[in-house]
Design a protein around this ligand. Structure first.
Ligand SMILES: NC(=O)c1ccc[n+]([C@@H]2O[C@H](COP(=O)([O-])OP(=O)(O)OC[C@H]3O[C@@H](n4cnc5c(N)ncnc54)[C@H](OP(=O)(O)O)[C@@H]3O)[C@@H](O)[C@H]2O)c1
Length: 346
């Protein structure tokens, strides 16, 4: 049973052009809960959302695409959807029962009916903070793990550069790279983030790219012998500055290009010819393609957390009223660590 008569939710007000603003979203309360009990014969589950994640790709879903994008567009007037941590409160599915803890795609609302519960992942380490399943133990963690090990194909001793390095994905990539003995430098947009990279995550070095008038020259200073692996989170000028600094046979794991997400016309990349001359491999990837490795990843990462081998920083705001502003922080750089919204603790 849903223990409330209402359901607070965040809806998309209109398709977004340019920089996302709070006005593009609205927090509303519907009088009726989504569903009191799962109807007989349905295999849906009703969940109570505990934490929902703020992720950069949500911005893409807020644009109306003439040609279908890699994820479906949100629909104005409808609730936003993204990864979250949930407790099942009612189930028509034989594999789920009330009380189960799961993570996966849900609504930005208090309660959600999930019609395809097969898409949900079970939470096997509930004694670790449940919010971690929006980040280090969830989608961004798997992104970091698969993007680094499967796409970058790292070797001990290699030189690794990570942009947006203190964020949800970047902080994990850097620590995985340290675990296998790479030399790791990260860039971030504030001195506070740079300090966290060096002191908390154990990066070999880090710098504030906003204070570097010549990014290409800065990278030459931090990598006098060049970069073997670039974990690409931002694109744009950063990618252009990285390309001449890559070593022969270097790899670029193209995870995301957040600097482009709010632009109406993407910037061009000028230095692509280095891909030829330095025999680089630049490969894009999507985390969805690695879902079949999730539980193996969960075990490994939970082990690192329990042994204290990785640190983790998250930026938690309280309540759905704060969710629109929290999402915008990703694009202004005001999030420090993994951005998420706490809706309920149990
Ligand atoms: N391929 C996949 O399956 C997959 C999955 C998850 C995430 N991603 C991608 O991975 C990247 C990182 O995601 P995340 O969740 O870890 O986000 P995040 O790093 O926690 O937050 C976003 C950060 O991006 C930086 N940023 C924002 N606007 C920027 C701009 N115009 N230029 C340069 N930097 C900017 C800011 O950090 P600073 O203050 O340091 O600039 C901001 O804090 C994103 O590109 C995302 O789309 C891809």
């Amino acid at each position: 049973m849903v223990a409330t008569a209402s359901n607070k939710r965040v809806i998309l007000k209109r398709y977004v052009t340019g920089l996302l603003s709070e006005d593009d979203m609205e927090v509303v309360t519907t009088e009726a809960p989504p569903l009191a009990v799962v109807p007989a014969g349905s295999e849906a589950v009703v969940v109570k959302n505990l934490y929902v994640s703020c992720d950069p790709y949500m911005r893409n879903r807020m644009t109306r695409h003439e040609v279908p994008s890699y994820v479906s567009d949100f629909i104005p007037g409808e609730v936003l959807a993204n990864f979250g941590v949930m407790r099942v409160i009612s189930s028509g599915h034989p594999d789920f029962k009330a009380g189960d803890l799961v993570w996966g795609i849900t609504g930005w609302e208090e309660y959600t009916v999930i019609n395809n519960p097969e898409s949900l992942f079970r939470i096997n380490h509930p004694k670790l903070p449940l919010s971690y399943y929006t980040g280090i133990l969830g989608m961004p963690g798997l992104t970091a793990y698969a993007g680094f090990f499967e796409v970058s194909k790292p070797k001990k001793g290699e030189y690794v550069f990570i942009s947006a390095a203190s964020g949800a994905v970047g902080q994990i990539v850097g620590q995985l790279a340290k675990i296998i003995g790479c030399y790791v430098v990260g860039s971030a947009g504030s001195d506070e983030k740079v300090s966290i990279l060096k002191t908390k995550f154990g990066f070999n070095d880090a710098f504030n790219y906003k204070k570097e008038p010549d990014l290409e020259a800065a990278l030459r200073r931090y990598f006098p012998e060049g970069i073997d692996i670039y974990f690409e989170n931002v694109g744009g000028e950063t990618l252009d500055a990285v390309l001449p600094n890559m070593r022969l046979g270097g790899r670029i794991a193209a995870c995301g290009m957040i600097s482009q997400y709010n632009l109406e016309r993407p910037e061009g990349v000028k230095n692509l010819f280095y891909i030829v001359t330095k025999r680089l491999r630049m490969e894009g990837f999507l985390v969805f393609d690695f879902y079949d490795r999730y539980y193996q990843f969960e075990e490994e990462m939970a082990g690192y957390l329990k042994e204290g081998k990785v640190a983790y920083v998250e930026d938690v705001v309280e309540g759905l009223d704060a969710a629109p502003a929290a999402l915008i922080k990703l694009f202004t750089g005001h999030n420090v660590g993994k951005q998420l919204v706490a809706i309920a603790r149990e």
